[in-house]
Design a protein around this ligand. Structure first.
Ligand code: F6P
Length: 403
C-alpha cells in the first residue's frame, strides 16, 4: 500500500512528531510505503493533465532510517501551504450549487490520488485542511484519515490539538517577560495573540501569566467597562503597569464599537480580506493597535493616571509567528506521535474517513467530518469564570494595602 502524507495550514509544533508517528507504525507493516507530499494540498490544485509534469517537485518517499528522532524537530519537513482545492466553492452562495461543485471537485481529487499512485492518505491539519479530506471521504469514500493539528486548538474532534501547548507556553513566556519593561516604564501593554476567531491561546496564556485584562472573541468586550474602567480602578488601587492579553479576533460588542471607538468602524471589520478558505483575515484589523490608540484618546483616563502620578503610556505588541516557532514541547511531541501512530493503525486495519482524537487520556477515532468542525471557548466555562474572578481580585485585593 502506498500512503501519501501531507501537512496543511499554518505550521504548528508537533507536525514532525506526527509524521514520525505515522512512519513508526508504517515500519511495523511489511507492505506500506509512505510518500511525503510537499506543500499541503498544492499539487491537488493543478489541472489533472499537468500533474505528471509537476509530480517530482511535490512527492518524495520517506525513509524512517534517514529521519532519526524527527519528532524532536520543529516545523514540518513536508512544508505547508493554505492551498484549497475547493476554493471555487467558497465563492458560491446557493447551497445546491455548492454541493454539486463540491462533489465534482471531490471526484476530481480522488482521480488525482489515483494518478499519483496513492492508495491512501494521512492528512495532518486544522479545520480547513482536514475539511478537504472530509469532503473527499463524504463524496468518494477515498481512503483518507486525519490528525488534528493547530496552535489555535479550535477543533471539535479532540480534547487538545497538537501545537497548542507549545504555542500557549511561548505566549505565556512573552507575557511574563513583557511585565518587566511594562513595570520600568509604567506602561499599558496591549499584547495581540494569534488564534483566529477562537480564544484558547489567549485564555490559556493570559491566565497562566496573570494578564490583567483578557479579551476573547467568544466574549465580545465593552471597551468602557472591560478596559477603561478596569484600568482606572487598577491605578486607583496602586498599580502602575497593566498587561492586556488580546486575541487577534477579540472585537468589541457592536454597541461598544459604535459608542466607544473612533479608530475602527463596523465597516472596517466587514471589509476584512478573505483567505483561500473564505475566512476573514481577522489579524488584518490589528485590534491591539486599535485598542492602544483608543486608550490613548481617552482623556478622563489620562486625567486619573496623572492624578495618581502614574505615566500614561500605551504600547501594542503583536506576538505573531513567534508563537508558532521553535521545537515542540513534551506534550506536543508525545501527542503528535500518538496521533500519527493511531492514524496509520487505522489505515493498516482498513478504517477510513476517521481522525485521531484525544479523549481524556485515550486516542480514539472520530469521523473526520465531525472532528474537523470548529470548537470555541464556552462563555460559561470555568476558565472564563476564573478570568473574570482574576480581573476583579487584581484591584480589589490591593485596595486594602495601597489606599
Ligand atoms: O491557524 C493558525 C494561525 O497561526 C492563526 O492563529 C493565525 O491567524 C494564522 O494562522 C496566521 O496565518 P499565516 O501564517 O498564514 O499568517
Amino acid at each position: 500500500m502506498k500512503v501519501g502524507i501531507l501537512t496543511g495550514g499554518g505550521d504548528a509544533p508537533g507536525l514532525n512528531a506526527t509524521i514520525y508517528g505515522v512512519l513508526l507504525r508504517a515500519y511495523q507493516e511489511k507492505d506500506i510505503e509512505v510518500i511525503g507530499i510537499k506543500q499541503g494540498w498544492k499539487i491537488f490544485t493543478y489541472p489533472i493533465e499537468e500533474i505528471p509534469n509537476v509530480k517530482k517537485h511535490y512527492m518524495e518517499k520517506l525513509d524512517i532510517g534517514e529521519l532519526d528522532d524527527l519528532h524532536t524537530r520543529g516545523g514540518t519537513i513536508l512544508y505547508t501551504s493554505r492551498s484549497n482545492p475547493f476554493e471555487t466553492v467558497t465563492k458560491i452562495n446557493d447551497p445546491k450549487e455548492k454541493e454539486t461543485l463540491q462533489k465534482k471537485i471531490a471526484l476530481d481529487l480522488k482521480a488525482k490520488m489515483q494518478l499519483l499512485e496513492l492508495d491512501a492518505m494521512v492528512i495532518i491539519g486544522g479545520d480547513d485542511t482536514c475539511g478537504v479530506g472530509a469532503a473527499m471521504f463524504k463524496y468518494t469514500k477515498a481512503k483518507v484519515v486525519a490528525c488534528p493539528k493547530t496552535i489555535d486548538n479550535d477543533l471539535a474532534g479532540t480534547d487538545y490539538t497538537f501545537g497548542f501547548f507549545s504555542s500557549a507556553q511561548l505566549a505565556s513566556n512573552s507575557l511574563d517577560s513583557i511585565t518587566t519593561t511594562a513595570h520600568s516604564h509604567q506602561r499599558i501593554f496591549v499584547v495581540e495573540i494569534m488564534g483566529r476567531d477562537a480564544g484558547w491561546l489567549t485564555l490559556f496564556s493570559g491566565l497562566s501569566s496573570g494578564a490583567d485584562i483578557i479579551l476573547l472573541p467568544e466574549t465580545p468586550f465593552d471597551f468602557q467597562r472591560d478596559v477603561i474602567d478596569v484600568l482606572r480602578e487598577r491605578v486607583k488601587a496602586g498599580y502602575s503597569y497593566h498587561i492586556i492579553a488580546c486575541a487577534e479576533g477579540a472585537y468589541p460588542s457592536m454597541e461598544s464599537l459604535e459608542r466607544d471607538f473612533t479608530v475602527v468602524s463596523a465597516e472596517d471589520i466587514h471589509n476584512l480580506p478573505l483567505d483561500s478558505f473564505g475566512h476573514p483575515a481577522l489579524h488584518a484589523l490589528k485590534i491591539a493597535d486599535k485598542i492602544a490608540k483608543q486608550i490613548r484618546k481617552t482623556k478622563d483616563l489620562q486625567d486619573t493616571f496623572e492624578q495618581y502620578h502614574v505615566n500614561f503610556e500605551v504600547r501594542s505588541v503583536v506576538l505573531g509567528h513567534t508563537m508558532r516557532a521553535g521545537t515542540p514541547n513534551v506534550y506536543d511531541r508525545i501527542t503528535g506521535l500518538r496521533y500519527g501512530f493511531h492514524a496509520m493503525s487505522m489505515l493498516a486495519e482498513g478504517i477510513y474517513g476517521k481522525m485521531s482524537s484525544l479523549q481524556g487520556t485515550q486516542i480514539r477515532a472520530v469521523d473526520i467530518e465531525v472532528g474537523s468542525k470548529k470548537k470555541f471557548v464556552s462563555p460559561d466555562s470555568d476558565l472564563v469564570k476564573i478570568r473574570d474572578a482574576m480581573v476583579d481580585v487584581k484591584y480589589k485585593s490591593k485596595e486594602k494595602y495601597f489606599l
